[in-house]
Design a binder for this molecule. Structure first.
Ligand code: NAD
Ligand code: UDP
Length: 318
């Protein structure tokens, strides 16, 4: 990517900041854009000062003013944790709709390749298992998760329309549960929740009976998939995630083993419309991008735990 310039919307977020780092490593110049809705200045610490890196504070719903040439636009901007989008329902709908359109307009105006971060949530509480990209999903359009799921489904529709009628070169990635350093300790997602509890010696809060499943992908693997996708000519949606599926009870035990701590399992009510099972079918990513995850859960958890130990001390939200 030497000589290329990438705009990363949501660049101060968990995934966005890792993506900025990887793009700089590839030799690209990077403009990160964020309004710190759910991101943090701290996530930019290793980026600031690197040659080729710029940060612009903007709300992408209000419009995007970026000077100069742009080769790639990565739209990572959106609250992503169920707690965040429950607290920010209108912001989530607006960034997925108006924000995505502003991002597409920027890509159109500069002739840039546009990559939309979508999600496994477009499959809702899936009736097909594992989930392949041809499955249309099972989403409750008025439930508490709908502000996120439907915003992402709309963003996919909008992205596809800009490709069809405006000739924008588009890519759509459906990201499955991803974890790693720079997640917020208190963002409510299961990885920081359990890691924080293990480090503080508290009980693990399992929602429901804990038999629901998820499949966890380490952030470095995800970012590698994003870079491969944007470099490819694949316009149809591509799942990026780790197919190793486990129950939430098994995941609690994996965190206990990796952190060497934590109390007993306590059960709390299952949130409404919580998907019962989730596992990506990554045949398309394997075949078209030559991508598959490389980092085992045990190794990814070690990195994540060590981050939370150093940065947060396992005590407070960073
Ligand atoms: P995050 O909350 O850490 O990052 C999102 C970033 O977007 C934040 O820095 C936030 O401040 C910024 N943002 C939100 N609204 C904005 C606006 N209007 N203008 C400018 N910036 C804005 O979340 P994340 O986990 O890094 O997720 C990044 C992307 O990946 C999201 O689009 C999310 O939907 C998608 N995704 C993530 C996962 C995952 O497991 N992490 C899974 C599926 C999809
Ligand atoms: N979960 C849990 N305890 C927590 C947080 C989450 O049991 O403290 C469960 C949640 O109900 C879901 C799974 O873990 O079944 C993954 O939740 P997360 O919010 O990380 O992501 P989701 O895949 O639901 O978007």
């Amino acid at each position: 990517m030497q000589g290329k310039r990438a705009v990363v919307l949501g660049g101060a977020g968990f995934v966005g900041s890792h993506l900025c780092e990887r793009l700089l490593d590839e030799g690209a110049a990077v403009v990160a854009v964020d309004n710190f809705l759910t991101g943090a200045e701290e996530n930019l610490r290793t980026l600031r000062g690197r040659p080729g890196f710029e940060f612009v504070r903007q709300d992408i719903v209000e419009g995007l003013q970026i000077e100069g040439p742009v080769d790639y636009v990565f739209n990572m901007a959106s609250p992503a944790s169920p707690i965040d989008y429950a607290q920010l329902p209108l912001e989530t709908l607006r960034v997925g709709s108006l924000g995505t359109e502003n991002a597409l307009r920027l890509a159109e105006a500069r002739g840039a390749v546009f990559l939309q971060a979508s999600t496994s949530e477009v499959y809702g509480d899936p009736l097909v298992h594992p989930q392949h990209e041809g499955y249309y999903g099972n989403v409750n359009p008025i439930g508490p998760r709908a502000v996120y799921d439907e915003a992402k489904r709309y963003a996919e529709a909008l992205t596809s329309a800009y490709a069809r009628v405006r000739g924008v070169q588009t890519r759509i990635v459906r990201i499955f549960n991803t974890y790693g350093p720079r997640m917020r300790l208190k963002d409510g997602r299961v990885v920081p929740a359990f890691v924080g509890q293990a480090l503080r010696g508290e009980d693990f809060t399992v929602f429901g009976d804990g038999t629901q499943t998820r499949s966890f992908c380490y952030v470095k693997d995800l970012v590698d998939g994003l870079v491969r996708l944007v470099r490819s000519d694949v316009t149809e949606p591509v799942n990026i995630g780790n197919p190793r599926e486990m129950t939430i009870l098994q995941f609690a035990e994996a965190v206990r083993a990796a952190a060497g701590g934590g109390g007993k399992i306590i059960h709390q009510p299952l949130p409404q419309n919580d998907p019962k099972q989730r596992q990506p079918d990554i045949t398309r990513a394997r075949t078209l991008l030559g991508w598959e995850p490389k980092v085992p859960l045990e190794e990814g958890l070690r990195e994540t735990i060590s981050y939370f130990r150093t940065i947060a001390g396992g005590r407070a939200a960073p």
